[in-house]
Design a binder for this molecule. Structure first.
Ligand code: PLP
Length: 359
């Protein structure tokens, strides 16, 4: 057994696996988020403190049927990525942002904050142990999933007193391999004012599955959510923020308590400013979008997210009409994807200080 003492005096109990599964994995045939690395991190919240931080072989949890998360959905998560450069060094992309956001999400769900030192220590130790699973090459990354859930048993609808914080990791390639067709929401809503839309709360995703399945059945990849009151303003997609290029101006919705403040979104805004591209962060309505399409001003629409990176949208549907978007020679989606990936894979200068070297 190895132990590791971090600056906050937490001792991570490290129990390495005796049987790595890495040789069973075909890294050229990965389905996003299906395969997990050899190890996972687990830490309990009991009696008001985080305790028993442990890294152990990836495996099943034993929980009682009365565990609160199964009944009340008190759970939040994060999604972040690590990249390996051509020399074999491993970098996280803006992990501070994910750390801050998981605690913001936790706060909204009445879950206790997790300590920063332990968050970083857990992820870095996991990456050290499972470094062979981080594949080199364009498109390859390690998707890292920290999450917290109510582990107390009891079917009484109140915040739990016990939680489990965990980190699991999955080697991935691109989330979407094709351009996306999206449906603009006219009936269902993802989030409401004063709700939990800005949090990465598990229930936000559960609530999207049904309307997204309806959209899928009509041949669309994703729904673009609109404001819950009037379905008038374009907000975000299932796991992506959305950008509209109208002529050469990039428009994206302002973040609010309904919209996830995406790390990729804010990175693209900074990159656009650095490129001298005009960015307008404002409410953008479906009516405006359709008018701009009719006048030929909609040059591009794309989504941004950790899993999806930058995903171009080939068209959208609204009130049963489909609006096609032609390919652009000077695509902003392509430009931002390249700029982001050059930073992530350590191929360009890190002028914003976004790379966090782990190994
Ligand atoms: C609802 C939602 N919006 C936007 C994003 C993009 O956020 P980020 O760029 O931080 O991954 C995600 C993915 O994490 C998401 O789940």
């Amino acid at each position: 057994m190895l132990t590791f003492l971090n600056s906050n005096q937490y001792v991570i109990d490290i129990q390495p696996t005796a049987h790595s599964r890495i040789n069973e994995v075909d890294f050229n045939q990965l389905t996003f988020g299906k395969i997990f690395t050899d190890h996972m991190f687990e830490c309990d919240y009991e009696n008001g403190v985080w305790t028993n931080p442990t890294i152990k072989p990836y495996g099943p949890l034993t929980i009682y049927p009365g565990t609160k998360v199964l009944h009340y959905g008190q759970a939040v998560f994060e999604g972040m990525k690590a990249f390996k450069d051509a020399d074999g060094s491993i970098f996280l992309f803006r992990p501070e942002e994910n750390f801050k956001r998981i605690n913001q999400s936790s706060e909204r769900l009445a879950i206790p904050h997790f300590p920063k030192d332990l968050f970083f220590e857990a992820i870095e130790k996991l990456l050290h142990l499972d470094q062979g699973w981080v594949h080199q090459g364009q498109g390859h990354a390690m998707y890292i999933r920290p999450f917290v859930f109510a582990s107390e048993t009891g079917v009484s609808a109140a915040a739990a007193t016990a939680y489990k914080f965990m980190v699991i990791m999955s080697p991935v390639t691109a989330y979407y391999s094709e351009k996306l067709k999206v449906l603009i929401a006219e009936k269902y809503s993802r989030a409401a004012d004063g709700g939990v839309g800005y949090a990465k709360a598990a229930g936000n995703y559960a609530a999207q599955f049904y309307p997204t399945n309806l959209a899928r059945a009509k041949g669309f990849h994703q729904v673009i959510w609109t404001d819950a009151q009037n379905h008038e303003f374009l907000e975000e997609a299932g796991t992506m923020n959305v950008f509209f290029r109208i002529q050469d101006t990039l428009i994206t919705a302002p973040t609010s308590d309904r919209i996830l403040d995406g790390v990729t979104r804010k990175s693209i805004i900074d990159l656009a400013h650095a490129q001298g591209i005009d960015v307008s962060i404002r409410k953008f309505s479906v009516t405006e979008l359709i008018a701009a399409h009719q006048s030929g001003d909609v040059k591009e629409i794309f989504g941004s997210g950790t899993a999806a990176t930058v995903s171009a949208i080939s068209g959208f549907s609204y009130q049963e009409n489909f609006y096609n978007i032609e390919d652009q020679d000077d695509s902003y989606a392509h430009l931002f994807k390249e700029l982001l990936q050059d930073i992530q894979y350590n191929r360009s200068d890190d002028e914003f200080g976004w790379r966090h070297q782990v190994l």
